[in-house]
Write a protein that binds this ligand. Structure first.
Ligand SMILES: Cc1cc2nc3c(=O)[nH]c(=O)nc-3n(C[C@H](O)[C@H](O)[C@H](O)COP(=O)(O)OP(=O)(O)OC[C@H]3O[C@@H](n4cnc5c(N)ncnc54)[C@H](O)[C@@H]3O)c2cc1C
Length: 292
């Protein structure tokens, strides 16, 4: 199995930022992942997976870890009765396309989530009233100590959260769907995509929602808009003029630029609304937000 050094993570994140990984590999089978996990354990090196990098903010000075990008068998999609068997590295869009072709509904919500199955399980991705917890039957998870199937309860799925930690790799998942005519699925996906395009900067480089919605009458986006942050810039990053809970790579942004915007957004939300916003985006590497 080829292990590369110094691969820039900016190539693998939708924001287009992030420094080099100490080690990087592209496993295509369970056996290869298991070998890599052992290789890292022998060196006491952390392991992290990148899916489509659509929810990752990676440190500019790099990540002291073995970073895995799943492919081959680990990105395959098959149907079996009313179940979809999907590799952890399969894109949601591919899984949704296969489900539609097989006349299986229930995964339409994922048309709005530009990630992989592994990333979706990791943070219980969801949109428009659906989420992974609602369709996931079980996931096969590898660790340096062995691999096992886990139920949603064992994975601890809740709002944009699971109990998964780096070093645990979602190799595949089984999704329980239900029969639905492909035309109906297509029509719903078209409508959801149109709603998304209307409200969010879908044609910009972002990592999706920056903050989780707080327990407040205002969503994170509305709150940051009320703080006057739409269009606010730091270096090459800006708070989206279209939706204030998105950060765009406007012009050669770095992770430090995005982090500076997050710090300012949290400061203002706390000052104006007394709310401590929690980040939804996953940090890779030595990144931290100071307390407000
Ligand atoms: C324009 C835009 C819109 C978005 N809208 C939504 C939305 O509506 N709802 C929503 O929930 N999210 C949304 N997101 C965020 C993002 O798409 C989701 O969080 C998605 O599930 C991330 O998947 P990914 O494969 O890109 O994971 P990554 O971003 O690559 O990784 C995210 C985390 O998952 C871990 N991970 C990834 N794959 C695996 C694996 N196989 N095994 C173990 N860990 C793994 C990573 O280590 C990391 O910690 C949006 C993002 C963008 C850019």
């Amino acid at each position: 199995m080829k292990i590369e050094e110094g691969v820039e993570l900016a190539r693998f994140t939708t924001l287009g930022t992030g420094g080099p990984a100490r080690a990087f590999a592209r496993p295509e089978s369970d056996r290869e992942v298991e070998e890599l996990l052992r290789w890292a354990a022998e060196r006491d090196l952390a392991v992290a997976v990148v899916g489509l990098g659509s929810n990752i903010l990676a440190a500019d000075d790099g990540i002291d870890a073995l970073v895995l990008k799943l492919g081959g068998d680990l990105a395959a999609v098959e149907t079996s009765g009313e179940s979809l068997h999907v590799g952890g590295g399969a894109a949601n869009a591919v899984a949704l396309h296969r489900a539609r072709a097989a006349g299986l509904g229930g995964f339409e919500f994922a048309c709005a989530i530009p990630g992989t199955i592994g990333g979706g399980v990791w943070m219980n991705g969801g949109a428009y009233g659906g989420d992974f917890a609602g369709v996931l039957e079980r996931a096969f998870v590898a660790t340096a100590d062995g691999s096992a199937w886990r139920t949603p309860a064992e994975l601890g799925l809740s709002y944009r959260h699971s109990e998964l930690r780096h070093g645990q790799v979602v190799l595949r998942a089984e999704l329980a769907l239900r029969p639905r005519p492909p035309d109906e699925i297509k029509a719903e996906v078209r409508e959801l995509n149109a709603r998304r395009k209307e409200a969010q900067p879908t044609n910009r480089r972002t990592f999706g929602s920056v903050f989780k919605n707080p327990d407040h009458q205002l969503s994170a986006g509305r709150m940051l808009e009320a703080c006057g942050l739409k269009g606010h810039r730091s270096g090459g990053a800006q708070i989206s003029p279209k939706h204030a809970n998105f950060i765009e790579n406007a012009d050669g942004a770095t992770t430090a630029d995005a982090l500076a915007l997050m710090i300012e957004a949290r400061r203002r939300a706390h000052e104006q609304f007394g709310v401590r916003l929690e980040h939804e985006v996953e940090f890779l590497g030595e990144l931290e937000l100071p307390d407000v």
